[in-house]
Design a binder for this molecule. Sequence first.
Ligand code: OOG
Ligand code: MG
Length: 253
Amino acid sequence: MNLTKLAETIDAAALNAKPIKQLSKKNKFSEKEAYEIQALSIKNRYERGEKLIGLKMGFTSKAKMEQMGVHDLIWGRLTDAMLYNDGDKLPLNKFIHPRAEPELCFWIKKDITKKLTLKEAPDYVEAVAPAIEIIDSRYQKFKFSLEDVIADNCSSAAFVFGKWYRPSFDIKDLNISLHINKKLAHEGSSKAILGNPWKSFVDATRLAKKYKEPIKKGMYIMLGAATPAVYLEKGNKVTATVEGMGSVSLKVK
Ligand code: OOG
Ligand code: MG
């Protein structure tokens, strides 16, 4: 099996916003190989000039695992081309079938070279913000195996964050909600993220070490959704609100 070829297939699907069949239907590859496919496909983005600016955690909540029928933590890469500003327009034609999820985002204060403990973690975080992640599986019908979604950079497509707060802001049990055009789509608690969102960050440092993708100063870490994701349609205004942290939004055009 040619991992480079699979990486090219998935990269082209993302670039052209054209869905493909699940890679795993015709190719058997392991979780380790799936991460190799992910790294190879992101290499194509770097070659087009994109820069790595962060990492994202996925399936850190039961709500998400149940919605997608998988049961393991995953991580993916965020590039500068995926970053939007609060209030920006999100061009639907760049995506296949985008979904939004409310999240928390960390901004990294200094390079991390080891797996951190929960106690050490706050020292490495400059700030925390409410955020929206736009996921867009490159697979038809948004259906995949765990290996498929890892190879597909964990559906990463876009992200946006709101105002920054000090890392001492207690984020362990905050109401997190997602509105579409002012109508509540989902709400939950930040507790849904592994019982404590800081644990998601600790896991990110473990995985960054394991897969040799160090978390550096200035990077963004998306900690994973606290609620299921919602499909977006033209004209939607999608807003994520985190208790005590205000809101962040995108307009789908
Ligand atoms: C995979 C990405 C999951 C999260 O926050 O749990 C994720 C998917 O659902 O397509 O980003
Ligand atoms: Mg997410």
